[in-house]
Design a protein around this ligand. Structure first.
Ligand SMILES: *[C@@H]1O[C@H](CO)[C@@H](O)[C@H](O)[C@H]1NC(C)=O
Ligand SMILES: *[C@@H]1O[C@H](CO)[C@@H](O)[C@H](O)[C@H]1NC(C)=O
Ligand SMILES: *[C@@H]1O[C@H](CO)[C@@H](O)[C@H](O)[C@H]1NC(C)=O
Ligand SMILES: *[C@@H]1O[C@H](CO)[C@@H](O)[C@H](O)[C@H]1NC(C)=O
Ligand SMILES: *[C@@H]1O[C@H](CO)[C@@H](O)[C@H](O)[C@H]1NC(C)=O
Length: 358
């Protein structure tokens, strides 16, 4: 078996718990190890299959095309490593003439675990759209995700990738809550910035244009992910029904975060920064495992201000199905708060969720 394509291979996202409830660690550790063991084996078995199918080649070509389209001058590409305690800042520095195969020689695979933490700020019923920026200021971020069924090694077509992240100063749209910016800002319920869904194509791929997230109290910089399968698209371009085989969060290298945080308007946020190494969700998703829920990335220009392109391949157990609690839902007459499932909803308010559990 050739593992070359999995050399830079990241297993991601394994905080296991019952839906909506953060389980005691004793349970989750055993379950997580079992899952990791099985899933890792499944993905190892997938490696050859994906190569033969030409999927990795197409993924490399696609990512390269996105990069070519959006980049300015020099590209600095960095590979993920398998644990968060290591620096993800790679020494690889390439120019625009570097070949695609060199740039994308490692194809990170991130196993989407049976639910990680949804957190308290999911808004259900957001729009299906690729550009979720809504004119929010900050560093442009393009993300490319490829979803693979870990049981069949086939790409998962027609999966809806639901993402949400806070803006450059650490506030989520769609939520009115004192733990989310100005708790008196009722107008925020109607905002939809940095939230949306995209459908995967026949290669299991979907893309977004968003804005690099800022930070808020108790959490490192992250992007929330829900994967929907068998869902129905409504005439107003939102999703209903189906099931959720994954809930999780994706992360960025600390040095990249630091570069972004030094820029305006990120640097106007006076809330103290929590680094990856101190983040409980990063720990949940990486401890006792080779899990690496970090984006591999390249800069689109000479500086981070020009934009960032992040990519990841995600392995999903499509047989699994979980509940995701939401803090609000979007309707034709604006956002509506669901206070009963608000703070603590995603983590049950207990376990390692706590006040920083979002
Ligand atoms: C991760 O980093 C360590 C040390 O920094 C290195 O020895 C190892 O080869 C790296 N692994 C991958 C998969 O890049
Ligand atoms: C982030 O979002 C909040 C809520 O809409 C807003 O008050 C704040 O100005 C935004 N940050 C920036 C830098 O625009
Ligand atoms: C996938 O999910 C099914 C249903 O929950 C479960 O029985 C199976 O063990 C899971 N597979 C892995 C690798 O965790
Ligand atoms: C979309 O349509 C559904 C079904 O009619 C409705 O419940 C929902 O409020 C609508 N959402 C938006 C954002 O218009
Ligand atoms: C949200 O938008 C709806 C119309 O879509 C409007 O009726 C409502 O007043 C708005 N709410 C706020 C708080 O601005």
């Amino acid at each position: 078996m050739h593992f070359s394509k999995f050399a830079g291979f990241a297993l991601c996202g394994l905080a296991m718990a019952h839906p909506g409830v953060h389980e005691p660690n004793s349970y989750s550790h055993v379950a997580k190890r079992n899952f990791l063991h099985n899933a890792r084996r499944s993905l190892d078995l997938c490696a050859d299959h994906l190569e033969k199918r030409g999927l990795n080649e197409r993924a490399r070509a696609r990512r390269s095309a996105i990069l070519q389209k959006n980049k300015r001058h020099t590209i600095h590409a960095r590979n993920t490593n398998e644990t968060v305690s290591k620096d993800h800042h790679s020494s690889l520095s390439v120019t625009s003439s570097t070949s695609e195969s060199e740039l994308f020689s490692s194809n990170p695979v991130c196993i989407l675990a049976p639910e990680g933490e949804v957190g308290p700020f999911w808004v259900k019923g957001e729009y299906i759209r690729q550009d979720v920026s809504d004119d929010e200021p900050g560093v442009p971020l393009y993300i490319d995700g490829q979803f693979i069924d870990i049981n069949t090694c086939e790409p998962i077509e027609n999966l809806y990738w639901d993402v949400w992240n806070c803006n450059s100063t650490g506030v989520y749209s769609g939520i009115q809550n004192s733990a989310n910016g100005n708790g008196n800002d009722a107008a925020n319920l109607n905002r939809t910035f940095l939230r949306g869904l995209q459908k995967t194509d026949s290669d299991g791929v979907a893309q977004f244009k968003t804005v690099f997230p800022g930070h808020y109290s108790g959490r490192t910089t992250h992007i929330h992910v829900i994967a929907h399968t068998d869902a129905e698209v409504l005439s107003n371009n939102t999703l209903t029904g189906g099931s959720i085989p994954h809930i999780g969060q994706l992360f960025f290298d600390q040095d990249l975060i630091n570069e972004v945080e030094a820029l305006y308007p990120y640097n106007t946020n006076t809330v103290s920064i929590t680094e990856n190494i101190d983040d409980h969700v990063v720990q949940d998703e990486t401890e006792d495992s080779t899990s690496d829920p970090f984006f591999e990335y390249a800069l689109l220009g000479d500086t981070v201000e020009d934009g960032i392109f992040g990519w990841v391949t995600l392995g999903v157990n499509v047989s699994a199905s979980y509940d995701a609690s939401y803090a609000a839902h979007l309707t034709s007459s604006g956002g509506v708060s669901d206070s009963s499932s608000s703070i603590g909803g995603g983590s049950g308010g207990g376990g390692s969720g706590g006040p920083g559990g979002f």
